[in-house]
Ligand binder design. Structure first.
Ligand code: NAD
Length: 478
């Protein structure tokens, strides 16, 4: 049978050890793979490539479209771009799937019935990488949430749940605060979820959701969330299931996919044959399913479960009295290899059937709405006084049909009728709204010119639009 080409990176820290162990298990299980090895990570960064990956590596990834990646170390310091974030974005890997499962009683956990899959949006949110320093005192990071991005990840979560026979999909958002961005995620979740009547759907504010996940994870099934919440909570979920060393993850796109462990390069234990290769091995099992080798995935997964339940453990999960032997990385791989063909007797054996990779329809772009410019938020750096002085100065510059409506500082209204107690920094959002309900962009430019001529330091503007009459901007606190 023909072999599937895959791209392999050994990574940094414990990466080479766990990759070696994983590839040995795959080979012994007769995986039909043709690995192409690429160099990425610390060495590439330190050689002067600030993205940690060179053009030959990209070519291999574009050719094979399947990437088995060990963790890498991003050197400290400014100027080094995260290889993980670049790879996800460049290859369009929009869905990050992290199954977090308890293996009690063989791996200690307070949550023996836990079996949660976190589906994390992988490209957007605060990870868009658009950050600016705007004033002496204020820095900003843009949180971008798009409708097509929400549609893809939410549909992926429901399709995944249906295919895996899971019963519930929960959405975590913070739309009580971020009404437009997280509000969109929530709305799309409800719209698309309605197409899956066979799957229970519910949503939670991320803070209480996170607390419940940490307390009673067995109550959850599949959880879908925006990038940042998913990043944090999938580590929490993996850790409370037993160990971050155990969980693997799949990063899925329309054309490419990347499989890895969720943990990092663990430099504290590198080179000592101590690392648990299970996270990467579990990532590799997901890869085998993705490339249509369910038979091999099942053999490897069941042998691994059998190894765990025989008490053959690496140091991170070894417990005196509970484990049978403490094994190094390579001996653990040998133990799995020796059990290929066996099934677990206590833990539930897996049974995989051949399934084509999930390919979702491209989100349908909506027809453009009627968009009207109704005002502008002008951001100023200003430290010459108090808001009750700034307000009248700006009013004097404003045009009669584009008056100053309010001023906020760190999102809190300080003019008109602010509270003297409000702590202010040097960054002021000054909202001008058109009296006629609509205005021409030239008036926005004219306002900026007048502000500049009067000596104001305009650091940024944000146009205020309505879309089919609905405001495209958040209401103001205070
Ligand atoms: P880490 O996950 O590497 O380590 C956290 C702790 O868990 C350490 O005590 C480590 O020894 C332990 N640990 C992790 N994996 C283990 C395993 N397989 N077996 C046994 N113990 C294990 O996190 P960190 O220390 O915060 O980060 C170290 C480096 O990894 C950083 O440079 C970071 O940027 C990088 N990192 C890379 C990735 C990736 O490539 N996907 C992900 C996260 C962090």
């Amino acid at each position: 049978m023909s072999k599937t080409p895959i791209t392999v990176a050994y990574g940094d820290g414990i990466g080479p050890e766990i990759m070696k162990a994983t590839l040995r298990v795959l080979e012994a299980a007769s995986a039909r793979l043709a690995p192409e090895v690429i160099e990425i990570g610390e060495k590439v960064y330190l050689a002067g490539n600030n993205s940690g990956i060179g053009s030959a590596a990209w070519e291999s990834l574009r050719r094979t479209r399947v990437f088995l990646k060990a963790p890498i170390t991003t050197p400290q310091g400014n100027g080094y771009k995260s290889l993980n974030v670049s790879t996800r974005k460049a290859l369009g890997l929009y869905a990050n799937v992290r199954p977090c499962l308890a293996y009690a009683p063989f791996v200690p956990t307070r949550h023996p019935a836990m079996d949660v899959v976190i589906v994390r949006e992988n490209e957007e949110d605060l990870y868009a990488g658009i950050e600016h320093r705007q004033t002496d005192e204020v820095y900003q990071c843009l949180k971008l949430i798009t409708r097509p991005g929400c549609e893809r990840i939410v549909r992926y979560a429901f399709e995944y749940a249906r295919r895996q026979g899971r019963k519930r999909v929960t959405c975590f958002v913070k739309d009580n605060i971020m009404k437009l961005t997280d509000g969109l995620f929530h709305r799309v979740f409800d719209e698309i979820g309605a197409e899956y009547p066979d799957i229970v759907r519910d949503s939670m504010i991320v803070d209480i959701g996170a607390a419940r996940l940490a307390d009673t994870p067995e109550r959850f099934d599949v959880i879908v969330m925006p990038n940042l919440y998913g990043d944090i909570l999938s580590d929490v979920a993996a850790q409370i299931a037993g160990s971050v060393g155990m969980a693997g993850s799949a990063n899925i796109g329309d054309q490419c996919a990347m499989f890895e462990a969720i943990h990092g390069s663990a430099p504290d234990i590198a080179g000592q044959d101590l690392a648990n290769p299970s996270g990467l091995l579990n990532g590799a099992v997901q890869m085998l399913l993705h490339v249509g080798q369910a038979d091999v995935a099942e053999r490897v997964h069941n042998a691994w479960l059998r190894t765990l339940e025989e008490g053959l453990h690496t140091a991170d999960i070894y417990r005196d009295g509970q484990s049978y032997a403490r094994l190094g990385t390579q001996d653990f791989a040998d133990a799995v290899i020796a059990r290929l063909g066996k099934k677990p007797e206590v833990l539930k054996a897996v049974s995989y059937t051949e399934q084509a990779p999930l390919v979702l329809p491209t989100p349908v772009r909506q027809a453009p709405l009627h968009k009207q410019l109704v005002g502008v938020d002008v951001f100023l750096q200003w430290r010459e006084g108090k808001p009750e002085q700034l307000g009248p100065q700006l009013q004097a510059v404003a045009a009669p049909d584009l008056p100053l409506h309010l001023i906020t500082n760190r999102g809190v209204k300080v003019w008109p009728q602010g509270f003297p107690e409000t702590f202010c920094v040097d960054h002021w959002r000054c909202r001008f709204t058109a009296t006629a309900g609509t205005l021409c962009f030239k008036e926005v430019l004219a306002l900026q010119e007048r502000l500049h001529a009067e000596g104001f330091d305009v650091v940024k503007t944000e146009n205020l639009y309505t879309f089919d009459g609905a405001p495209g901007y958040a209401a103001v606190h205070g």
